[in-house]
Design a protein around this ligand. Structure first.
Ligand SMILES: Cc1cc2nc3c(=O)[nH]c(=O)nc-3n(C[C@H](O)[C@H](O)[C@H](O)COP(=O)(O)O)c2cc1C
Length: 217
């Protein structure tokens, strides 16, 4: 069977899904996001904290990759990476981003976008030190997305950084950063088997609060 037919035969948004009452929602999208995230975690969805981070480079060329959500607080939605990576350089040049979550068994998507800020050194260092040693060694290398010429160079580099950490466990990478996306727009999307999806978009208003409105599916 041709790929096109194979794809046509695959189910999507098959449900059944619990209805989403968009008329009874909190004033702040953070509260609804946390409810949906806990729903996903409690449902046992693997990597419920995985999300797609979209950025653009200096030329406005988009890029996207999956990352792990580290926290949600008054500063925004947090993620961590090395500042020297393509995403780090893109954020330095264009400090705006979008995040997308999809929890398939619940038929739920959340999209948000807004400015990105780098958190203070204390938060970045605490995040770095909480990582397993292998992750710390990789982050100290700070070569993410560079061209890898051979595995021996990677293995030698990781071993060297591991020795460095073992000699001084307080070693931190100066280029490891925790970033926060502070959204000015957050959209909640609940699938419906009959495609009568429910969409609710929050937008920051001039008073520093939020207004929300339904969107056509
Ligand atoms: C489930 C999952 C979680 C990931 N988590 C992170 C993360 O928290 N930080 C990170 O820098 N890369 C993470 N990655 C790798 C990124 O997707 C990406 O390959 C890497 O950050 C390089 O991206 P860049 O070249 O756009 O900078 C994760 C990948 C997957 C599939």
């Amino acid at each position: 069977m041709a790929l096109k037919e194979r794809l046509r035969g695959l189910k999507s948004l098959a449900g059944p899904f619990a209805p989403f009452d968009a008329g009874v929602t909190p004033d702040d999208p953070r509260a609804l996001f946390e409810t949906w995230l806990y729903d996903a975690i409690n449902r046992g969805i693997l990597e419920a904290h995985a999300m797609t981070l979209s950025t653009v480079d200096e030329q406005g060329y988009p890029d996207a990759r999956v990352l792990i959500l580290k926290n949600v607080d008054a500063d925004g939605w947090h993620f961590a990476s090395t500042k020297l990576s393509p995403k780090g350089r893109q954020i330095a040049a264009q400090p705006r981003a979008a995040l997308t979550f999809y929890w398939q068994p619940l038929g739920r998507q959340v999209r948000l976008r807004g400015p990105v800020v780098e958190m203070g050194r204390e938060i970045c260092e605490a995040d770095f030190l909480a990582r397993p040693i292998g992750s710390r060694a990789g982050a100290l290398l700070a070569r993410q997305s560079d061209v890898l010429v051979n595995d021996a160079a990677l293995d030698a580099g990781l071993a060297e950084q591991r020795r460095r950490i073992e000699a001084d466990p307080s070693t931190v990478s100066p280029t490891w950063a925790v970033y926060a996306v502070k959204p000015d727009e957050v959209e909640f999307w609940q699938a419906d088997e009959e495609r009568r999806h429910t969409r609710l978009r929050y937008r920051q208003n001039n008073q520093g609060g939020w207004t929300h409105e339904r969107l056509w599916p």
